[in-house]
Design a protein around this ligand. Sequence first.
Ligand code: HPA
Length: 277
Amino acid sequence: MSDTFTQVADVVAAVEDHWAIQPKVGIILGSGLGGLADRIADSVTIDYTALPHLPRSTAIGHAGRLVCGMLAGVPVVAMQGRFHAYEGHSIHQVAFPVRVMHALGASTLVVSNAAGGLNPMYQVGDIMVIDDHLNLMLRNPLVGENDPRLGPRWPDMSAPYDRQLASLAQQVARRNDFICHRGVYVGMLGPTYETRAEYRMVRRIGGDVVGMSTVPEVIVAVQLGMRVLGLSTVTNACSPDQLGETSGEQVIAAAAGASEKLMTIVEGVLAGMSNVE
Ligand code: HPA
């Protein structure tokens, strides 16, 4: 099997066969948020099946294609459907598309997800800008031999999420009159939702929301030196003492219901990005 660097180059060449523009921003659309890709203008869509080295996307609410085009006047490459470790993909495969987006030219990553709300102030449908994360997936996409062409062996993680982009996201929400929290995302392996004891634990150790994605992609983005904006949609309330049942369908419906707010933030941030660059 070829090394990661070569595999990234293979995918880049395949994408460039379809779309000759260099993206500035890579976007990962989480569960129920794939509809945001419809807002991308002059779009070229490439199924993952048409690209080498990509695993197949199996999670519900995830389409499985790249949508390339213009959003708020900025060239973007968006993943409509991401890979999760719980699908059986290696943590390296999960984060691999971020390497591709970066190699295509993207210097910023916008990553979104559906997440359970641990913070009692959060309501279903609220958006949270990710300030920091806790990696409880107990695996890391940088484990293994380090190819220096891909980044440093021991990346700094003191500020994985770009503060200027986070502030900009909050300003956009404020301007549009909706709530946007800032907090800590806890990444769990899944695919089970948490028990009451687990929700209690992740709240106690500092989590505001909990989900099954994002952390691997962000780690790789940080290693590559990308600026990262992370956005969570609160899809279910995780109050250990009065916990209702949670289902995938409910999570996807709640994420889809809030996707307009998420899109407003993403478009507003892209439009305002030139001012913070
Ligand atoms: N836990 C983990 N992942 C999730 C949740 C949750 O409660 N809600 C949406 N994704």
